[in-house]
Design a protein around this ligand. Structure first.
Ligand code: AMP
Ligand code: MN
Ligand code: MN
Ligand code: MN
Length: 286
């Protein structure tokens, strides 16, 4: 049995392990094929690739692109992207610029809510370049605003709450265009999280496929067991390739671990049946 984990984060975005440490932990956990998919950046890929070749595992260079669709934020994972592609690189640079503006705006809103210094506090939890809501959440937990990340998100960082700024990311065709220009495959990340009604989900998947999207996460760290079967059915009906990823953000989120994913339900065609996703020939067959 080969073990795949095609959705993970490092300190390049909002994970807590450096890219090399993430790869080492995945290899030790028995992962044969790992994708690093940081939010809106590819800056961790060089270190991850080097670490993977030391550990003898396959590293799929990836990215998780923030997209605005139907007035909502959705995430599209790109797998097998070349970070040197200029369309992708310039697109991600635009998203970073928006993120930087949004971080300052979140900081202003949190100051009004009684948490001054939030931008600097969030930056201190980040790599200094890419700042996301998770970094604000870690700062707010440190300040005692709530006991854990989930509670802090619920009280401060989601729609209708004081530190929420409505996302203005990239549109779906553009995001898929960047991924494909970079030689990658586009995958719908954690679809159950969007809680789309049936008609809206159908429209989303339809547009995604028309733009050249190929895959959908069926097994995800943020899906329930029931979700696996629901999205396996959507994958079959819409002829999408099935993906699996933990969405790991580090050992301080103990409810998801690297390489501990359930198998894909029967009848799915895994995205790793495509060329480029094969384990290294040296991988031990257990
Ligand atoms: P951003 O892209 O900066 O808006 O941040 C999105 C990230 O915040 C997600 O990738 C998760 O890591 C984290 N996140 C979002 N919602 C929650 C939640 N309810 N609890 C914990 N983390 C969350
Ligand atoms: Mn995240
Ligand atoms: Mn996501
Ligand atoms: Mn993710």
């Amino acid at each position: 049995m080969m073990t795949y984990d095609l959705h993970t984060h490092s300190t390049a975005s909002d994970g807590t392990l450096a890219p090399a440490a993430l790869v080492e932990r995945a290899a030790a956990a028995g992962v044969h094929v790992l994708a690093l998919t940081d939010h809106d950046c590819t800056t961790g890929l060089a270190a991850a690739t080097a670490a993977a070749s030391r550990c003898g595992i396959r590293l799929i260079p990836g990215v998780e692109v923030s997209v605005t669709w139907g007035g909502r934020t959705v995430h599209i994972v790109g797998l097998g992207v070349d970070p040197a592609c200029s369309a992708l690189a310039s697109g991600l640079a635009q998203l970073l610029e928006y993120r930087t503006w949004r971080a300052a705006e979140i900081g202003r809103r949190l100051a009004q809510a009684g948490f001054p210094g939030a931008l600097e506090g969030a930056r201190a939890h980040s790599n200094g370049t890419l700042i996301g809501r998770t970094h604000f959440a870690r700062f707010l937990v440190e300040r005692g605003a709530a006991t854990d990340l989930r509670a802090v998100f619920r009280r401060f960082l989601v729609e209708g709450k004081p530190g929420h700024v409505p996302g203005k990311w990239v549109d779906l065709p553009t995001a898929i265009g960047w991924i494909r220009a970079a030689g990658g495959e586009a995958v719908i990340a954690h679809p159950a999280r969007y809680k789309f009604a049936a008609a809206k989900l159908r429209r989303f998947i339809g547009e995604f496929r028309e733009c050249g999207g190929r895959g959908i996460e069926v097994v995800s760290g943020s899906h329930s067991r029931d979700d696996y079967f629901v999205y396996a059915r959507h994958a079959r009906e819409h002829r999408l390739l099935a993906s699996a990823g933990s969405d790991y953000h580090g050992p301080d989120n103990p409810w998801v671990e690297l390489g501990r994913l359930a198998p894909l339900p029967d009848g799915c065609t895994p995205i790793w049946s495509l060329p480029g996703f094969a384990p290294l020939a040296t991988a031990a067959v257990a």
